[in-house]
Design a protein around this ligand. Structure first.
Ligand SMILES: [Zn+2]
Length: 80
């Protein structure tokens, strides 16, 4: 696994970064992480709390997908 000098978690594809971003918001609804960016150091993707909110995240928030997922998450935790 590669390590970046930024010490942030590396995502190898845009899709991975996007999924991680949504998952983070499912877990921490008040997360300040907004989007992801391509890193100059490692050439992969990292999440960041600055910049414009990612469209996929915005959509997930607007369509209450985050709420639904966190509810599902709650039941999964409760049942296991
Ligand atoms: Zn990097």
């Amino acid at each position: 696994m590669s390590v970046c000098t930024s010490r942030k978690i590396i995502y190898y594809s845009e899709q991975d970064a996007k999924e991680a971003l949504i998952r983070l918001h499912v877990k921490y609804q008040n997360s300040s992480t907004r989007t992801f960016y391509t890193c100059d150091q490692c050439g992969y993707f990292h999440l960041t709390s600055s910049g414009e909110i990612d469209d996929a995240l915005k959509e997930a928030q607007q369509t209450k997908k985050i709420d639904q997922l966190s509810e599902a998450d709650y039941w999964i935790r409760k049942l296991h």
